[in-house]
Design a protein around this ligand. Structure first.
Ligand code: AGP
Length: 609
């Protein structure tokens, strides 16, 4: 994550760029930088927030053309050398996205004599542009950008300055947002419309593989073949607060809708489809250590704990490692039996949950290899474990965890596959099938989002009940726990998640026509068993809502409502089912008029015991 800004106009570019970056700090805030093009490129950048950047910019520093960046680290630690803009001689670049093939490009550029000053993927863009313009002196900046777009793979929104063309900013995008703002003799570019909304409400949304050239006289748009194109100007009606929610009524709904992107961002650069393997540079364990592992102990709270429970099935199924999932608040006071052959894995969106931090600290004396999965760069947990895996979900503002949960699942798949491969447990075919399946998830989540009206109607129909049950087996058991947690925290309806086979050991006594039951009945080896549980429940007159695959034509005979997910690999269905249950909770809370983003009594990050 991160955000880019570009500005050409009559105002002080430093002030405009800094104020625009502030609006995008939510996209990442571990380092920031700015380049102003006067006669030369003058760059200031630093680790830390925008406020740190402001401190190092000398008073009176001014200009009318510039680019800026706020960063949420993906490649390279949050250090000053990795902050953008990145330079190659007379070229400066800011970039939002991930260049997946940067290692190969970097090796070639080093052979050609380029010196790299950062650990980022972005620096290859600056050097590639320089190389292109040096090789062909007639090449314009925009042609050079178009040329390198054929070389770089991955996602990007870039803004480029070059002293050879001191009147231009050139921009391009693929799979990362880029919006142009059109003011009166003032032109803006940003990753998010909120960045320039205080200056202009006229915006142009750039599509994939389109390029833009901004000059003091105006803005030109080009397609990938170099032809000028016309773009429609949209007048943004939102105020700044609504814009931060991108027009959604709540942050939670926005964050649910961001999942196609957050899932993709989380696996980007970590899957080599060519080799059919996972690349986890972050894991600080060698292959021998992985082979000798006796156990994985997952430590987490709340939704992160539910993700950990899915992880248990993954580590056991894919890597053949016994796995325990510990509630951090209990584990910190337990008498754990740990040793050096145990891998402790903390999962925490915020990286600041007090119980999780304390539980992780309590394992230190045992010499276990430790790792954390977190969404927040620079959070406390990142200093407490040997390895850190970042989910790249972007800031999650709604108290109810949504996109962070599915991103945590993605990282868990990747770690489990990596361990399974090293431990000789997975065939190349199985690995490939799951990796291909993971890459299909963003599109499949989008399909669920496109059909959300069915879920909304269902939520509204049951919005006034007092109690809900959620059931599932195997991987779908923790999904049912997560569905119940989501519903109770934002709609205040009492909801319980249960292992479907356990219903008859007590809860069945509570089942009646007043208690709808959500059964996660996706295709898999426990499908028939869940079907039997559904029949037991129907016999007690309860209404049953199932989450089922699109190709399941049978299930509707036995239940009251069916909420569909696309067909997928059995192990991957929790990602899709979770999205359905998030929407069910959201629309239930909406129908009940609840405070969705800030539910009563809850905080986003529980930093006290
Ligand atoms: C989930 O919707 C909750 N807000 C809560 O359970 C949360 O997952 C829990 O507090 C753990 O937070 P963490 O992931 O930041 O550690």
């Amino acid at each position: 994550m991160g955000g880019i800004v570009g500005y050409i106009g009559t105002d002080n570019a430093v002030d405009v760029i800094i104020s625009s970056l502030r609006k995008m700090e939510y996209r990442g805030y571990d380092s920031a930088g700015i380049t102003i093009l006067n006669d030369d490129l003058v760059t200031y950048k630093t680790a830390g927030k925008i406020s740190e950047l402001e401190k190092i910019i000398p008073a009176g520093f001014n200009g009318h053309i510039g680019i800026g960046h706020t960063r949420g680290a993906t490649h390279g630690k949050p250090e000053t050398k990795n902050a953008h803009p990145h330079l190659s001689s007379n070229i400066a670049v800011v970039h939002n996205g991930i260049i997946e093939n940067y290692m190969r490009l970097k090796e070639k550029l080093i052979e050609q004599g380029y010196e790299f000053l950062s650990d980022t993927d972005t620096e290859v863009i600056a050097h590639l542009l320089h190389r292109t313009m040096k090789d062909n002196e007639a090449c314009s900046l925009i042609d050079a950008v178009r040329h390198i777009m054929t070389k770089i793979e991955g996602s990007y929104a870039i803004a480029v300055l070059c002293t050879d063309e001191p009147d231009h900013i050139v921009l391009a995008r693929k799979d990362s947002p880029l919006i142009i703002g059109l003011g009166d003799k003032n032109y803006f570019a940003a990753s998010d419309v909120t960045a320039f909304l205080r200056y202009t409400k006229n915006a142009v949304y750039i599509n994939d593989m389109e390029l833009v050239q901004i000059s003091p006289g105006g803005v030109e748009f080009y397609n990938n073949d170099g032809q000028r194109i016309e773009k429609q100007i949209e007048v943004i009606e939102w105020n700044e607060e609504a814009a931060e929610k991108a027009g959604y009524e709540h942050f939670m709904l926005k964050e649910i809708h961001e999942q196609p992107t957050s899932i993709q961002d989380t696996y980007a650069g970590r899957i080599s489809e060519l080799e059919g393997r996972v690349i986890l540079d972050e894991l600080k364990m060698d292959e021998d250590q992985l082979r000798n592992l006796q156990r994985v102990t997952i430590i987490a709270c709340g939704t992160s704990w539910n993700a950990g429970c899915v992880g248990k099935y993954l580590f056991e199924n894919l890597a053949g490692i016994h796995t325990d999932v510990e509630t951090a608040s209990e584990f910190r006071y337990a008498d754990p039996v740990l040793c050096g052959q145990i891998f402790t894995l903390a999962i925490t969106q915020s990286g600041e949950t007090a119980d999780t931090l304390a539980a992780v600290k309590s394992t230190k004396a045992y010499g276990c290899s430790s790792a954390a999965i977190t969404n927040v760069v620079g959070s406390t947990i990142t200093r407490e474990t040997d390895s850190v895996f970042f989910t790249r979900a972007g800031p999650e503002i709604g108290v109810a965890a949504t996109k962070s949960f599915t991103a945590q699942l993605i990282v868990l798949y990747l770690i489990a596959i990596h361990m399974g491969t090293v431990r000789g447990r997975l065939t190349p075919q199985t690995t490939r099938d799951i990796l291909v399946g993971i890459k299909q998830l963003p599109g499949q989540v989008q399909r669920i989002l496109n059909n959300k009206d069915v879920i909304k109607k269902c939520a509204e129909h049951y919005a006034n009940v007092q109690d809900y049950f959620f059931i599932g087996r195997h991987l779908n058991y923790p999904v049912s726990l997560e569905g119940a947690l989501k519903l109770k925290e934002i709609s205040y309806i009492h909801a319980e998640g249960y292992a479907a086979g356990e219903i008859k050991h007590g809860p069945l006594a509570l089942i009646s026509s007043e208690t709808p039951v959500v059964a996660i009945a996706t295709k898999g080896h426990t499908y028939d068993k869940v079907l039997s549980n559904i029949k037991e429940i129907k016999a007690r007159s309860a209404e049953v809502i199932v989450v089922a695959n699109e190709s399941d034509n049978e299930i509707s005979k036995y239940v009251d409502r069916v909420l569909r997910i696309p067909d997928c690999h059995e192990l991957l269905s929790p990602v899709l089912s979770a999205v359905v249950l998030q929407l069910l909770a959201y629309y239930t809370a909406l129908a009940r008029g609840c405070s969705i983003d800030k539910p009563r009594n809850l905080a986003k990050s529980v930093t006290v015991e």
